[in-house]
Design a protein around this ligand. Sequence first.
Ligand SMILES: *[C@@H]1O[C@H](CO)[C@@H](O)[C@H](O)[C@H]1NC(C)=O
Length: 193
Amino acid sequence: MFASTLLFALGASASSSIYSGSGFGTYYYDISDVDACGTSFSSQNLGDVECSQVTALSLDTINSNYLVAMNHTQLVDNMETYCGKRVVVTINGVKSDLPLFIGDGCERCAEGSADSDTWNAEGAPGLDFSYTVLNELSGGEACDDGHVSIEWEILDETLYEFDTGASDSSTSQGPVSAAVTASASATASTFTA
Ligand SMILES: *[C@@H]1O[C@H](CO)[C@@H](O)[C@H](O)[C@H]1NC(C)=O
């Protein structure tokens, strides 16, 4: 019993960290809750994500609220490194085990200083989420504040295959695990990949 628990623990933490940071989480789309916080995400949901270079994929087509946008400048220069990789988000000391993955670029997350701890809508470090995920991670604070203090770590673990256009990149795009496209309100315990 102890041995298998230990092996699982080792396996679960085997993915190495590629990048970690702290800043602010915001929301910009939602696949399941299209009208939330007094706004409509219907046009955002039609936007093509940055990680898909060869065949355009819109947020609606990817159909997952677990897709996350990161610093656009950092992403465009390192698409192979970050696209589709798992991101672990910590809010108020609680680490999420949702199958969150990098898929898009965030302009606000690219402006201003990477170590700023002051919220600024024009530029502040952080990540951009679906409304449902940010609301779930923040315990219902997403609409009220619009931005939530977060810490995050990107792991070298692919949850979604993107064709980033690099010669060795995958040509068939899609989720590595079905949990990635399950409803974002499903509990994290269903994710086992
Ligand atoms: C975004 O990424 C670029 C390139 O890595 C970096 O120079 C910049 O400081 C980052 N900005 C923020 C706000 O993290």
